[in-house]
Design a protein around this ligand. Structure first.
Ligand SMILES: Nc1nc2c(ncn2[C@@H]2O[C@H](COP(=O)(O)OP(=O)(O)OP(=O)(O)O)[C@@H](O)[C@H]2O)c(=O)[nH]1
Ligand SMILES: [Mg+2]
Ligand SMILES: [Zn+2]
Length: 321
């Protein structure tokens, strides 16, 4: 009989299934059980068990971090619980904290939705950063223009959204008066885990509230004086949709750097750049001052928008904090 060679993939699968059976055995033996992290608050996390019950849990010291969407193994102790281990993440969204240190925000995401609104005024560079991050994470991404009731005929926000539609991103528009149930979001959420991201005050929490009216989610009033929403959502939190699927609400931000990504990865996240990358005269072209840069030629020819190219430059030129 010919000797059977297992492919690397087969070997990996066998190892994974052995690890899983080991985990299952341990779980049934010593009372630890699987759980889903709903939210992380400081040193504690809210964990949902398989029956949908929620438990405040401490973290074992050896666990580096858990965030909304993480799968964990935990154990009950009196009225609370202890998280023993965290499963590997399929995907994870990172972003910098106030000191510029990268922190995970949400895990095991399938789709990122970038929410924007006429007010607070959208910033293209922030949208582009989210799109690059989604590309790098390997998750689907789409844009939702919320609060369309606030649009007037002079607004350039619809054109901004349309420019992303032309690049191939799925875009939709909604507001609470004409679409009170946020039905635009429903098909996107079908049996998937979605994270809502975007500036503070664009209405991420309100969108979730519209989808799940039974919940009481804290919604912030937009401060008229400074035109910047108050940071009402302070920690990412996971919500189950009645028809299946999960939504993770995330706190709004004003800045989002991508210092952890090399310039090539940033360029790859600008989807319309892809057909030009590799065509520059110099193989190590930085797409800056070099002669024969295919990207810059495409900008000059109007094939790539100069706003997007500037956005790219701004990301890769950003000083590291
Ligand atoms: N005019 C109008 N206002 C809306 C709409 N949806 C939400 N808002 C208002 O927008 C403000 C901000 O809403 P939030 O849902 O708290 O915004 P957020 O994106 O969750 O903000 P952070 O949690 O700070 O990131 C609130 O005052 C909402 O009432 C809408 O469709 N139209
Ligand atoms: Mg919020
Ligand atoms: Zn170049």
């Amino acid at each position: 009989m010919p000797k059977r060679h297992l492919s690397q993939q087969q070997q990996r699968r066998i190892r994974a299934s052995q690890a899983q059976s080991l985990r299952d055995a341990q779980t049934s033996l010593d009372g630890a059980e699987p759980g889903l992290v709903i939210a992380r608050y400081g040193k504690r996390a809210l964990v949902e068990d398989n029956d949908g019950e929620r438990w405040q849990c401490e973290l074992r010291a050896n666990i580096d971090s858990v965030v909304a969407g993480d799968r964990v193994v935990w154990r009950k102790s009196d009225h609370s619980g202890v998280i023993e281990a965290r499963d590997d993440r399929r995907t994870v969204l990172f972003r910098p904290d106030a000191r510029g240190k990268l922190r995970p925000v949400a895990a095991n995401i399938d789709t990122m939705i970038v929410v924007l609104a006429p007010s607070p005024e959208p910033h293209r560079h922030l949208i582009d950063r989210y799109l690059v991050a989604a590309h790098h994470m390997g998750v689907d991404v789409s844009l939702i223009l919320n609060k369309t009731d606030l649009l007037d005929e002079h607004s350039d926000v619809p054109a901004l959204v349309d420019s992303y539609r032309q690049l191939g991103y799925a875009t939709t528009a909604t507001n609470r008066s004409t679409d009170p149930g946020a039905s635009v979001l429903r098909p996107l959420a079908h049996n998937r885990t979605i994270v809502l991201v975007g500036q503070s005050g664009v209405g991420k929490s309100s969108l979730i509230q519209r989808l799940i009216p039974d919940l009481a989610i804290r919604i912030g009033e937009l401060s008229q004086a400074i035109d910047k929403g108050r940071h009402t959502t302070t920690a990412a939190e996971l919500y189950h949709l009645p028809g299946g699927g999960r939504l993770i609400d995330s706190p709004g931000i004003r800045e989002f750097h991508l210092h952890h990504l090399p310039a090539q990865s940033v360029a790859a996240g600008f989807i319309e750049f892809q057909s030009y990358l590799g065509l520059c005269k110099f193989r190590d072209c930085q797409h800056d001052k070099e002669l024969g840069c295919a990207l810059k030629a495409a900008v000059d020819a109007g094939e790539i928008s100069s706003a997007r190219f500037e956005s790219y430059r701004r990301i890769v030129d950003a000083p590291v904090q």
